[in-house]
Design a protein around this ligand. Structure first.
Ligand code: GDP
Length: 295
C-alpha cells in the first residue's frame, strides 16, 4: 500500500537531503517532484497542484532555505499537508443511541458484506456492543448466505426474511427485532449494483428514510482509484452519509482514493479494510497514515 508514493517522495527529497547548497530552485524542483508523485498515485492534477502550492508556500515561509536540516523540515511540511488532505484527525462513529443503526451502502463487489461482518466483529470485541447483522440484499440469495456464513464465523446473529423482497420492511422489522431482543447495534447490509443506477439509489434512499441510521457508511474499493472518488460523490449526493469505509487497501499500490476522497467529498474515511479476514479492519488515522507514507 502506497509503495510507489513512498518511493517517489523519497526520491523527491533526495536533493534537499544532500549536503549541497539549498536554493529556491531546489525547493521548486522538489515540489515539482512531489506533484508528479501525487499524480502518479492517482491524485487528480487539480488537487495535486493545490497541495503542492501549499507545500511550497509553507516551505518558503518556514525558511527551508536557511534551515540546517532542510530535508527534515520539508518532510514534516509534506507529512502535515498529506495528513490534512486525508482529514487530519480520526473520525469516530456516533453510536450513542440504543439500538444504533448502521447502514452499509455501495456498489456490488465493493466489500459491503465482508465489511458488515468485520464491523460487527470490531464492535463485538468492545464488549459493550451486541451487534445484529441484517441481510437486505433481496436480489441475490448468495449474498444472504454469504452474510450468514460471516455471522456464524464471528458469532453474530444474522436477521433475514425469506420470501420478503422488500428491503424497507426487512430493515424496519430488523430494528424492531433488535429492540425486542437486546441488540444495541444493527448493521444493515444492502444490495449493490455493478454501476450506479436509479433503482439502486431509490431503494437505498428509501431504506435510509425508513430506518434513519445513526451512521450511514459508504463502502468503496480503493483499487478503483478516481472511480471510487466519483462513486463516493454520487452516493453522498443521495445519502449525505456520515463516513467512508475504504476497502482492499492491501491491494492498492497507488492510494489515490485514500488521499483524495476526504477532500473531494468532504466526508471522513472512518475505517480501512486491509484483507479478506474478519479482523482485517482498522480505524483510519490520517496522521498515522501520513507518517507511514513519509516513512
Ligand atoms: P459486496 O458485493 O459489496 O457485498 O462485496 P463482498 O463483501 O462480497 O466482497 C467482494 C470481494 O472482495 C470478496 O471476495 C471479498 O473477500 C473481497 N474483499 C472485501 N474486502 C476486502 C479487503 O479489504 N481486502 C481484500 N483483499 N479483499 C476484500
Amino acid at each position: 500500500m502506497f509503495d510507489n508514493l513512498q518511493d517517489k517522495l523519497d526520491k523527491a527529497f533526495h536533493v534537499l537531503k544532500g549536503h549541497g547548497q539549498i536554493s529556491e530552485v531546489n525547493v521548486a524542483e522538489t515540489v515539482k517532484e512531489i506533484r508528479r508523485a501525487l499524480v502518479d498515485a492517482d491524485v487528480s492534477y487539480k488537487i495535486a497542484k493545490e497541495v503542492t502550492g501549499r507545500i511550497k508556500e509553507e516551505a518558503l515561509g518556514q525558511k527551508v532555505l536557511t534551515s540546517l536540516q532542510p530535508g527534515q523540515l520539508m518532510t514534516k511540511i509534506v507529512r502535515d499537508e498529506i495528513a490534512r488532505l486525508m482529514g487530519g484527525s480520526v473520525a469516530e462513529m456516533d453510536l450513542k443511541s440504543s439500538p444504533s443503526v448502521i447502514l452499509m451502502a455501495g456498489l456490488q463487489g465493493s466489500g459491503k458484506t465482508t465489511h458488515s461482518g468485520k464491523l460487527a466483529n470490531f464492535l463485538k470485541r468492545k464488549k459493550t456492543k451486541k451487534p445484529l447483522l441484517v441481510a437486505c440484499d433481496v436480489y441475490r440469495p448468495a449474498a444472504i448466505n454469504q452474510l450468514k456464513v460471516v455471522g456464524e464465523q464471528i458469532g453474530v446473529e444474522v436477521y433475514s426474511e425469506e420470501g420478503n423482497n422488500n428491503p424497507v420492511s426487512i430493515a424496519t422489522n430488523a430494528v424492531a427485532h433488535a429492540k425486542a431482543n437486546g441488540f444495541n447495534v444493527v448493521i444493515v447490509d444492502t444490495a449493490g449494483r455493478l454501476a450506479i443506477d436509479q433503482a439502486m439509489m431509490t431503494e437505498i434512499r428509501d431504506v435510509h428514510a425508513a430506518i434513519k441510521p445513526d451512521e450511514t457508511l459508504f463502502v468503496v474499493d480503493s483499487m478503483t482509484g478516481q472511480d471510487a472518488v466519483n462513486t463516493a460523490k454520487a452516493f453522498n449526493d443521495v445519502l449525505d452519509y456520515e463516513g467512508v469505509i475504504l476497502t482492499k487497501l492491501d491491494g492498492d499500490t497507488r492510494g489515490g482514493a485514500a488521499l483524495t476522497i476526504r477532500t473531494v467529498v468532504e466526508k471522513p474515511i472512518k475505517f480501512i479494510g486491509t484483507g479478506e479476514k474478519m479482523d482485517a479492519l482498522d480505524v483510519f488515522y490520517p496522521e498515522r497514515m501520513a507518517d507511514r507514507i513519509l516513512g
